[in-house]
Design a protein around this ligand. Structure first.
Ligand SMILES: Cc1ncc(COP(=O)(O)O)c(C=O)c1O
Length: 378
């Protein structure tokens, strides 16, 4: 039970989770790559039209796999926004890469594609668009620049499963893309993720990297008569018990997305007029993007207003949160020489952003309580 009357997040059970978990436990294959893992992977491959999907233990681990597959070496550069979760960057830094931070657009808070080309150098080995709040980055421009320079794209799509950019699913643009099934995400199994492989040249090695550097997957398919150590790798595959939980969530995707859409639209209805009158900005979703309804954020006029609002909501037992602290100004970011003013949009918006409670089962009445508390705090 949350200590808040209205928590920030509440992971939902949507239907068959317990039944499927029981089947996984009793079915005799609880370790990785069992029947439910295969069902999740097939569902994602068919729904998104992706050649290969591998479930992983987290989005972080899928990003680490991407860094291994792209053979990131010390001194290589990756272009990534500083307005993101730490692992979009850390996965590559773990291999020795230097992060080249690209500022975000003030509207969608996604990578500013107009800044991309001048950050490319002969050392650039990957471009990492993060589809913030499940709203697509400007993939036409990003893909055109990446193709021209022959630089692979890794989409961090932790927020945007089943969202689209110009009729195409997020996660299908990059050579590789990652998903998160952490409990804060639209579809969850507690902790989990996936690597989507759009460029088939990475498939064989991805299976090896995920299986501790062995060719175990090929052995199970009967393609080799014994399995052995063939490459570097780690243990990135989740238990089939987690996959069983996830499969129930993915099967209910239409219901989940409809619930979240309703909650998002209800916040907009309640807050739109007040926001206009008070210099508050609600999320921007360009007409060519279909979002995933992952979160509801507001940009307030100042840091002080943001802190006051969070404190006021807390006093009413409502939990709202902020993020992300700009990565270029973190102790790690400063080690590479980044400083204030390097990514001005990120610095400005991250001080003013607040995320309101948002989850599948959030009721219109709860949302009205949140909105009433917001108005009262002003
Ligand atoms: C943009 C982004 N990328 C990556 C992650 C990491 O996801 P996971 O917790 O599944 O490793 C998160 C987590 O919140 C995220 O927001």
């Amino acid at each position: 039970m949350s200590k808040y009357r209205i928590p920030f997040n509440k992971p939902a059970l949507v239907g068959n989770e317990i039944e499927y978990i029981s089947q996984a436990v009793h079915g005799g294959h609880a370790s990785g790559d069992g029947p439910f893992t295969k069902r999740c992977q097939s569902l994602l491959e068919e729904a998104l039209g992706v050649p290969k999907t591998l479930l992983t233990t987290s989005c972080t681990h899928a990003l680490e796999m991407a860094a291994l597959l792209l053979d990131i070496q010390p001194g290589d550069e990756v272009i990534v926004p500083p307005f993101t979760f730490v692992t979009s960057v850390n996965a590559f830094v773990l291999r020795g890469a230097r992060p080249v931070f690209i500022d975000v657009r003030p509207d969608t808070l996604n990578m500013d594609e107009q800044l991309l080309e001048k950050l490319i150098t002969p050392r650039t080995k990957a471009i990492i668009p993060v589809h913030y709040a499940g709203v697509g980055c400007e993939m036409d421009t990003i893909c055109e620049i990446a193709d021209r320079h022959k630089i692979p794209i890794v989409e961090d799509n932790a927020h945007g499963l089943f969202a689209k950019y110009k009729t195409r699913w997020l996660g299908t643009f990059g050579a590789l893309a990652t998903l998160s099934f952490h409990e804060t995400k639209n579809f969850t199994c507690g902790e989990g993720g996936a690597l989507l492989i759009n460029d088939p040249q990475y498939i064989d090695r991805a299976e090896i990297v995920r299986e501790k550097g062995t060719n175990r997957s090929r052995f199970f398919r009967g393609q080799v008569d014994k399995y052995t150590w063939v490459d570097i790798g780690s243990s990135y595959l989740p238990s089939d018990i987690l996959a069983a939980y996830l499969f129930a969530q993915l099967e209910a995707r239409e219901q989940v997305l409809a619930q979240r859409k309703r909650a998002f639209e209800h916040y907009v209805e309640q807050l739109q007029e007040w926001a206009q009158m008070n210099d508050v900005r609600l999320p921007t979703v360009p007409p060519h993007c279909e979002q995933s309804y992952h979160m509801f954020y507001m940009l307030l006029p100042s840091l002080e207003k943001r802190q006051n609002l969070i404190a006021h909501l807390k006093s009413r037992s409502i939990l709202s949160v902020f993020h992300y602290v700009p990565l270029h100004l973190s102790p790690m970011g400063r080690k590479w020489g980044y400083q204030e003013g390097d990514c001005p949009v990120t610095e400005e918006i991250s001080d003013r952003l607040v995320r309101l409670p948002f989850y599948n089962e959030l009721s219109p009445e709860q949302q009205q309580t949140v909105c009433a508390a917001i108005f009262e705090s002003w």
